[in-house]
Design a binder for this molecule. Structure first.
Ligand SMILES: Nc1ncnc2c1ncn2[C@@H]1O[C@H](COP(=O)(O)OP(=O)(O)OP(=O)(O)O)[C@@H](O)[C@H]1O
Ligand SMILES: Nc1ncnc2c1ncn2[C@@H]1O[C@H](COP(=O)(O)OP(=O)(O)OP(=O)(O)O)[C@@H](O)[C@H]1O
Ligand SMILES: [Mg+2]
Ligand SMILES: [Mg+2]
Lengths: 248, 248
């Protein structure tokens, strides 16, 4: 069965989409079969991989008008289930449904033949993200070394615990990924030290450095590994993929 | 009557909170009476201004257990209505209420004596943000000059038009603020040129530059104008405040 991993952080702009795409791409280049789920109404992941007007999206699957396999788009070892703005209405309509946290879990039960399914979540801890957590084996938390992103961390960990005890005992935090790391900023290193001394969760050794290539790749509809394989961005996500595969 | 301004962008980490705080602070230092509304369940604005365990929050006002004036905290000319994580449940419960977009408008009708009310919105275009837009006279859109933030812009402008025609004919976009501007990145200037040639909305002449002081100020519970008045961050937000007051 595929291992299902949610990429979450309710703080905005913390590299969730960039990490889901590039970790997914790096894993697929090691031969793993990867499915990326774009669970964000902004559909940044879909756009960033060149998917602009998909025939079907996750919203169609949630509403029952299409099956998961009908909407999946394949790009070599990397498959994508596109998102769209209709996920806003889907989230609203889920609120009043019985078993409203289990919809995505049931949808992903249809996904066959993948080694990993990575779920790109919106910047919130509301019902769509809860669906992702209820469906997942593991959680990845990309974190910028800035004051405000730290402040949201305890809330994220709290939500994970709540979903774990209410719906999904096997759920665990695989680790925190330090992203957009700027070594010139003294504040960044201080915050990372503080983190390491104050939390129990794993922090990956691989840090994703600030690299303009990561911000440019989306305008070419490619992962950074396809756009600029020699860049620091590509190197860092390859290193993260290796560490990801080597840690329990 | 106070002029009510929503600061919106469904893309995460685009400087909404940083702009609401520092534009608000700069305006208050010109003598204007300013009320900041923290409409984000993450409550970053509240935390960034040193508000950690408020007696009452906006969630209490939405649920009717407190009045707006009971929760407002005053810091010289700058007043704050704190947010909290309970806004997640508030948003869920609003969904089934009649007139679900007008709750904030009715709440803000109680706000007396302010020149401007600035509303910090969450990274979404869902019901809380719709409430802000339905209550507002004007909209400010902070935008990073990056591919993905551009991609969300038409969606933002679309939502503004929808709220305008459905609930609030007087609503207009005051302007787009270029934030976190990094002049070393060629991509940033190219994106701004593209913007200027392709949209009708005003783009403020003042650009907020990338400045580490803006990221540091929250850990001291102050606006950047109080934390480091000589910094580029302080200068830029002061210039933005002047331009804001001088434009219709
Ligand atoms: N290491 C990096 N170096 C440079 N730019 C980066 C890096 N990681 C991400 N970015 C850029 O920062 C912006 C925010 O990243 P991204 O969209 O991945 O965050 P997010 O957490 O998915 O945001 P949201 O909360 O809106 O979903 C994007 O424009 C992205 O291209
Ligand atoms: N001009 C700037 N220079 C340097 N850092 C900045 C600047 N503007 C904002 N930041 C930092 O970038 C991060 C994101 O900014 P901010 O929290 O204001 O965005 P936001 O749009 O409110 O995010 P969210 O979508 O989560 O509400 C914060 O850590 C903030 O301190
Ligand atoms: Mg994203
Ligand atoms: Mg914010």
């Amino acid at each position: 069965a595929p291992k299902i991993v949610s990429v979450i952080n309710q703080k905005g702009g913390t590299g969730k989409t960039t990490t889901t795409i590039n970790l997914g791409s790096a894993l697929s280049k090691t031969g793993k079969k990867i499915l990326l789920i774009d669970l964000d109404p902004q559909a940044n992941l879909s756009y960033s991989l060149g998917v602009e007007e998909p025939q079907g999206t996750l919203a169609d699957v949630f509403s029952g008008s299409k099956s998961l396999n009908q909407i999946i788009l394949k790009q070599e070892n990397l498959s994508i289930a596109p998102g769209s703005n209709e996920l806003v209405d889907i989230e609203i309509s889920l609120v009043t449904q019985p078993q409203r946290e289990s919809f995505l879990k049931n949808i992903l039960a249809e996904a066959k033949g993948y080694d990993f399914i990575l779920i790109d979540c919106p910047p919130s801890l509301s019902l769509l993200t809860v669906n992702a957590l209820a469906a997942s084996d593991e959680v990845l938390i990309p974190l910028q070394m800035e004051v405000l992103t730290l402040q949201g961390l305890s809330q994220i960990l709290n939500t994970v615990k709540q979903v774990q005890s209410a719906f999904n005992p096997k759920l665990k935090v695989k680790g925190i990924v330090v992203v957009m790391f700027d070594k010139r900023r003294k504040l960044s290193s201080e915050i990372q030290e503080y983190l390491e001394q104050n939390i129990a969760e794993r922090i990956f050794k691989t840090r994703i450095r600030l690299n303009v290539k990561l911000a440019e790749a989306p305008s070419f509809g490619k992962s950074v590994l396809d756009y600029d394989p020699g860049s620091y961005g590509a190197q860092d996500y390859q290193a993260l993929a290796a560490e990801f595969l080597n840690t329990k």
